[in-house]
Design a protein around this ligand. Sequence first.
Ligand SMILES: Nc1ncnc2c1ncn2[C@@H]1O[C@H](COP(=O)(O)OP(=O)(O)OP(=O)(O)O)[C@@H](O)[C@H]1O
Length: 357
Amino acid sequence: MNTPTAPHTPPSVFAVRDLWKVFGPKADRVPGDAGLAALDAAGLRARTGCTAAVRDVSFDVRKGEVFVVMGLSGSGKSTLVRCLTRLIEPTSGTISIDGEDVLSMDAGRLRELRRHRAAMVFQHFGLLPHRSVLDNVAYGLEIQGVGRAARRERAAEFVTKVGLEGMEHRRPGQLSGGQQQRVGLARALAVDPEVLLFDEPFSALDPLIRRDMQEEVVRLHREEGRTMVFITHDLSEALRLGDRIALMRDGRIVQLGTPEEIVGSPADDYVRDFVRDVPREQVLTVRAAMRPARSTESEAGPALAPDATVHEAIEAVARTGETARVVQDGRCLGVVDQAALLGVVAGVAAPAGKAAA
Ligand SMILES: Nc1ncnc2c1ncn2[C@@H]1O[C@H](COP(=O)(O)OP(=O)(O)OP(=O)(O)O)[C@@H](O)[C@H]1O
């Protein structure tokens, strides 16, 4: 893992350590038994009849980030995220939210956790077919015991926020799939949870509506800065939405990093293979191609921000024919030239975050 520990790293909302979830007979003995824990999925099943859906996983979800859990079907994504609020009971390990131990919460505290602090948005939002859009959005507040007038007012605000103004009185059956998902999203947002947990909410949507909803999530996230945990098996969705991505394989996190780190410095052959078809120039930033400025290079040429993509830099360099400067707060951090940029695209440059020699 190569997540930078910048001095301004936000505090953790969830902190997960050494987490295991094993399904099957006498599941508890697996995490503590080095011999069993070392077996692969087939070996463990043959020896014990157990499946280790989550294996010794540790990570933090930081305040205000979109944390994506990505992996192929069966890699353990849903189990992992359900463990966060104990919708699935972990076998071993620790989980805390804002420093509070989740595993020692009683039933009342858990209810409060799931309703107020970390609300889950499912693929099938469970809309109530006989209720209007407005009342569906207000439903979460109703469960919380908010009075009718107050909850309808707040629901109306979120109906507008997700772009369903004018449809307040329709029933879910009178909406498209994408509109129904907006209702579900508005319902989750209206209860104002600290963290929103999304379990593949868009996987049943057609690609255009899906893209639309992804943009909606990005927009809401920008406006509200809410912490989000987002499960997906779709790499392009993960790259588009994630501030950081945990890539899972057979219950383990094989790499945790920013999209740029995952694409630019894959941790192993599995990750490299996973990201092979990603257009690198659209994910990697100019930092991946930057070198120190020589003589007068820091004084001329197009200026780029450090988070400009390689794609943008190639355009700027091609347009001007000059070496581009990477500038932050008026200071030149380094330069990028055409050869280094093309090297990044071809996958032969220095790893992300490191200056080329
Ligand atoms: N209740 C259960 N009992 C036994 N095994 C289970 C149970 N739930 C999940 N598993 C197994 O745990 C592993 C991880 O499943 P999980 O649903 O977490 O994966 P996933 O990555 O979310 O998959 P998908 O993308 O298909 O939803 C799989 O091998 C699955 O068969």
